[in-house]
Structures are given as C-alpha cells and as structure tokens.
Design a protein around this ligand. Structure first.
Ligand code: CMP
Length: 142
C-alpha cells in the first residue's frame, strides 16, 4: 500500500495503431499521476537491456525486432499499489486470453504484439525506467 511508482511502455504496435491517447487516458481516469513521459525509438542495445531476462528464449530475437520496429511511449505512473494495479489493468500477456476491460483484452489479439509493457515488480521499475529517463526528467509533487 501507499504511494508507489511503476514503469509503463506503449509498444510500437500501440503507437502505430493510434492508441497512445486511449491508453494514457485509462491510467489518468483510474487516478494515476504521470511523473515522466517520453516518446523514443529504442536501439537494439537498449531493447536487449530492457528484455535482458528473456535472453536465450525462443522468442527473444522476434521480440527485439518488434520492439525496435517503431517508436514507443514510456511513462512513469504514481499511485497506490501502482505496480500491481497497472499489471491488472493491462491484463495477461496473451491478448487472446486477456479479459475484456483490460488493455490487452480490448486491443490485442496476439502474445507477441500485445500493445503495452509494465514492470512486474518494484525491483524492475528503476532498471527499466533508467533506459528512458534521467532523474531530472521525473517531475516533483503536483
Ligand atoms: P511483456 O509483458 O512486454 O514481456 C515480455 C514480452 O515478450 C511479452 O510482453 C511479449 O511481447 C513477448 N513474449 C512473451 N512470450 C512470448 C511468446 N511465447 N512468443 C512471442 N512473444 C512473447
């Protein structure tokens, strides 16, 4: 419980399909505060760092190609139990199984191209955020 920050990234398919506004709007309406926001085209090195834990898996190469295929939109969101609540709002990895009402459930029909990524633990938040943001790009309280 208590104020928590999580990292979220709208993947190239979400950006290409024009879903950036819809997705940010869902988080704002839920009550999360945007603490940092950036559009960026990841390099291969940055993408490999972001998905380090999946290195060696059969889908790793496709994942890196996909996530560097266009710009992504990254953000830091602040709110109560942010890590867990945001994960619940995005839904399970496979869009075909994600329940309606979740972001993947409403907009994705694939396991690989699943619109959005969010940190799955508090420990991962700063590791992932550091690929996109410096400390001075995170706003103070407002
Ligand atoms: P994400 O939540 O960003 O974390 C890892 C990503 O790898 C996942 O979303 C999917 O985009 C991708 N992924 C996970 N499992 C598979 C799979 N079996 N086949 C293809 N892509 C996958």
């Amino acid at each position: 419980m208590g104020k928590e920050i999580t990292f979220v990234m709208i993947k190239p398919d979400g950006v290409r399909r024009g879903l950036v506004g819809e997705i940010i709007s869902r988080f704002e309406r839920k009550g999360f505060k945007i603490k940092a926001l950036k559009m960026k085209w990841l390099t291969r090195e940055e993408a490999e760092r972001l998905y380090e834990e999946h290195k060696g898996k059969h889908f790793f190469e496709d994942l890196i190609k996909f996530v560097t295929s266009g710009p992504v939109v990254a953000m830091l969101l602040e709110g109560d139990s942010a890590v867990e609540v945001v994960r619940r709002m995005i839904g399970p990895t496979d869009g075909r199984e994600a329940p309606p009402g979740t972001i993947r459930g409403d907009f994705a029909l694939s396991k690989a191209e699943n619109i959005i990524h969010a940190s799955d633990s508090k420990e991962k938040v700063w590791k992932e955020a550091s690929i996109f943001f410096t400390k001075d790009e995170i706003v103070g309280d407002y």
